[in-house]
Design a protein around this ligand. Structure first.
Ligand SMILES: Cc1ncc(COP(=O)(O)O)c(C=O)c1O
Length: 448
């Protein structure tokens, strides 16, 4: 028998808090092998890694639950999905199938909505920078336009002259609701600026204020902010109705609802702190309903959720491409996904799940992304079993902002697939170098 090669033993210190206990395995050591019934390893083998995976069932279900929570409490209610959160065509279109309108903040997003077949009068056009020709088209299409600043009002008044009609607008408000308040957008209520702009707009005869809009921030898990926002908009409406004769067609409470992800600075996990849809609906609608109008005279209530609809239905499959030990003794694992495709790692301490059975011995591990950049850390300290080169991990709840904010940097962007009723559909092909360089030119003078 040939002499066996000597292998130097390695002593690994395992975190006692992560050892299997009388309840069984630590959570990260319970493998998640399937998404919507399909083996994760099979998905990665067929579509590559990293890979974004959408559960269409969960997306539809979340929309329906959110809609039900508000429609049960408010008579005239409509969701407008915030495109910027994830404007993959399939995501927007599935939500439109379910009944969502579109909320867009640029001509680019407006075009996506129109291309998908959304009629103009089911598009809400927000944002601080809308170009004149985009505004013109929006008014011609009958879109809902919420104005952000006086310069925009001037442009819209000149469009009213050009189009020869009075244009209906909504006014975006900001209030001292959270810390720091979102004063960048719209007109301030407390200082009287919001009242002034409504008076100025009404007196011109060129525009008519028919809506009020507020969006106080994102990942707001404090329900009192919504109660204060609703109370503030209600009080503001009462003053402009009584003093300026404004009758609202709608009020729009924006988005901002939290998902079940955990923020870096949060004390408790997001699973425990994220309010339910019903709690958000209660906070907003009970205040607005106190206006005491008959149901058929209530202004339509819009909300513009993004994160709370699309975060949970998406997961990211990623592969271990290397493991190493840091001088501190901490174990490190390098993944094939980085912050270029997971920009929300700035805010979230993402949960991590194993895919294969890697045993029950867990150890505090730092998860690095694959970018050649020191800041590319996906989780600075996660209790993980001994995942090895070539094994997969799953990062759940990655649907909000990552796909729309991802950067083309160092690596090509991965594919996105959607699964419904056991059927897999590619909704975005993996990027190729041809796609990335399609807009580039190499002038002859620069060739070597
Ligand atoms: C005007 C407006 N509406 C809706 C949203 C969606 O916010 P969230 O994804 O937090 O629901 C945003 C994003 O910040 C926004 O700016």
């Amino acid at each position: 028998m040939p002499k066996q090669k000597y292998i130097k033993p390695i002593i690994i210190r395992h975190a006692s808090a992560g050892m299997a206990n009388k309840f069984g395995r630590p959570l990260t050591a319970i493998p998640t092998q399937r998404i919507e019934g399909i083996q994760i390893q099979e998905l990665a083998a067929n579509y590559g890694s990293p890979l974004f995976v959408l559960s269409v069932r969960e997306l539809r279900q979340r929309y329906r639950e959110l809609h039900r929570a508000f429609a049960n409490r408010y008579p005239n209610f409509q969701i407008a999905y915030s495109y910027k959160t994830n404007y993959l065509k399939s995501v927007c279109s599935i939500l439109h199938q379910e009944g969502a309108w579109a909320e867009v903040v640029s001509g680019f997003e407006y075009d996506i909505a129109r291309d998908l077949g959304m009629p103009g009068n089911q598009i809400i056009f927000n944002g601080p920078y809308k170009k004149r020709d985009e505004l013109k088209r929006a008014f011609i299409d009958g879109a809902i336009v919420n104005i952000d600043n006086y310069d925009e009002l001037n442009v819209i008044e000149s469009l009213a002259d050009e189009l020869g009609k009075t244009l209906e607008i909504g006014v975006r408000l900001n209030m001292n609701l959270n810390n720091p308040p979102w004063y960048k957008f719209g007109f301030n209520v407390e200082s009287g600026q919001a009242y002034d702009v409504v008076r100025r707009a009404q007196s011109s005869g060129k525009v008519k204020v028919v809506g009020l809009h507020i969006h106080a921030g994102t990942y707001i898990d404090d329900l009192t902010i919504y109660q204060k926002a609703a109370a503030g908009i209600l009080q503001f409406y009462q003053s402009i109705r009584n003093q300026l004769g404004v009758t609202l067609k709608y009020w729009d409470l924006g988005g901002g609802f939290a998902s079940r992800n955990t923020l870096h600075w949060a004390y408790l996990p997001g699973e425990q702190t994220c309010p339910s849809y019903s709690q958000y609906a209660d906070a907003i609608s009970s205040t607005l309903m106190s206006i005491g109008l008959p149901p058929n005279e209530m202004p339509r209530l819009f909300i513009e959720p993004g994160r709370a609809l699309v975060d949970e239905p998406f997961s990211l499959i990623t592969k271990v491409v290397a493991e190493k030990r840091l001088p501190s003794g901490q174990r490190a694992v390098i993944l094939d996904a980085g912050m270029n495709i997971l920009s929300s790692v700035q805010w979230y301490k993402y949960g991590i799940q194993t895919v294969q059975d890697s045993g029950t011995m867990v150890e505090d591990t730092v998860l690095y992304g694959g970018l050649c950049m020191n800041i590319d850390v996906l989780n600075a300290n996660v209790s993980l079993p001994q995942v090895r080169f070539g094994e997969y991990l799953l990062i759940p709840h990655v649907g909000a902002y990552n796909l729309s904010q991802s950067w083309q940097f160092i690596f090509l962007k991965p594919a996105v697939i959607a699964i419904e009723d056991g059927e897999v559909k590619v909704i975005k092909r993996a990027e190729t170098r041809e796609i990335v360089q399609a807009a580039e030119e190499l002038p002859d003078d620069f060739r070597f």
